[in-house]
Design a protein around this ligand. Structure first.
Ligand SMILES: NC(=O)c1ccc[n+]([C@@H]2O[C@H](COP(=O)([O-])OP(=O)(O)OC[C@H]3O[C@@H](n4cnc5c(N)ncnc54)[C@H](OP(=O)(O)O)[C@@H]3O)[C@@H](O)[C@H]2O)c1
Length: 282
């Protein structure tokens, strides 16, 4: 079932060939944010295997070191940078360190993220729910790229891959803070992508459905259809080789289009979707 699930969820399940990935990444600096666990750690290990020079960023330094030593044990290269992306100054400083200690990145996988499933009445007295989530999902990733992009533009090449979510297409109840923060970064990338193309930098947005990680564990039951981190890593690897502008399941794009085109239907449809998610989480 594991292998079939991405296809059932509307995504091409196969990763690229090892050679194709190596042609893109061997000897190149690759930054993966959120590399201390979950999808980011899986992506980092996969890219290190084809000879990429990894920069691993997250808050938990010892977890990053554990991923890095696994990579080094297999002959790979990994630099650890511990930083809290909720702090834009720390994100900018991390970008400066990457340029000084590793060099100009060929690829930045903007993957670090935080999700909250909480209804407005449950976070009405918790302004930090909004500021922290927007910090890690939008402000910090922008600050990191502000530090890195001038060097990438100077090199005239590079690729930015953003790990977004189907909640960008489908703004479900309970996910307002998370969905809005992921949408903010996605909208920012849509605006800068044509600017960056002029400097040889490609941008790919990936809208992932559910993936079984520490992030999704508290909100969904074991019966919910979810990809494995390895499946997500394969499709991220294929995006690195093929450089599409957007990777997302067909049903997510379709639902997103319908919700925008028929706003009257939207609330009713989203309430039904919400009830379905509630049943899945039990
Ligand atoms: N899992 C899903 O169902 C799903 C679905 C769609 C999209 N996504 C997206 O996929 C990406 C990876 O998620 P995941 O499922 O692998 O989650 P995860 O296992 O919780 O990993 C999140 C990563 O982000 C890092 N991170 C969190 N807050 C940070 C901060 N303030 N500063 C720096 N790094 C921070 C974490 O490391 P530290 O705690 O060490 O900082 C960790 O490495 C996220 O952007 C998420 O929105 C996930």
């Amino acid at each position: 079932m594991g292998d079939l699930l991405p296809a059932l969820l509307g995504l091409r399940p196969a990763g690229p060939s090892r050679d194709a990935l190596a042609r893109r990444l061997r000897g190149r600096v690759v930054v993966v944010t959120g590399a201390s666990r979950g999808i980011g750690a899986e992506v980092a290990r996969r890219f290190a295997l084809v000879g990429a020079r990894l920069v691993l960023l997250a808050r938990d330094e010892s977890a990053l070191e554990a991923v890095a030593s696994g990579i080094r044990r297999r002959g790979g290269s990994a630099l650890v940078i511990a930083a809290d992306l909720r702090d834009p100054d720390a994100a900018g400083a991390a970008g400066d360190r990457i340029l000084t200690e590793a060099g100009t990145p060929e690829l930045v996988v903007s993957n670090a993220g935080h999700s909250i499933r909480r209804r407005l009445l449950d976070y009405a007295d918790r302004p930090h729910d909004v500021t922290r989530t927007i910090g890690v999902n939008y402000v910090g990733p922008v600050a990191l790229l502000q530090a890195l992009v001038p060097a990438m533009a100077q090199a005239g090449r590079g690729h930015i891959v953003s790990i977004g979510s189907t909640s960008i297409d489908i703004p479900a109840p309970g996910w307002s803070v998370y969905g809005a923060s992921k949408t903010a970064f996605d909208a920012w990338l849509r605006a800068v992508a044509p600017e960056l193309a002029e400097h040889g930098i490609a941008v790919t947005s990936i809208h992932l459905p559910l993936v079984r990680t520490a992030m999704s564990a508290p909100t969904y039951g074991a019966s919910s259809p979810a990809m494995r981190p390895v499946d997500a890593a394969k499709l991220i690897a294929r995006a690195v080789v093929e450089r599409p502008r957007l990777v997302s399941p067909w049903w997510s794009r379709l639902a997103g289009g319908v919700l925008v085109a028929f706003p009257g239907l939207s609330d009713r449809a989203l309430r039904a979707y919400d009830r379905m998610l509630e049943r899945g989480s039990r």
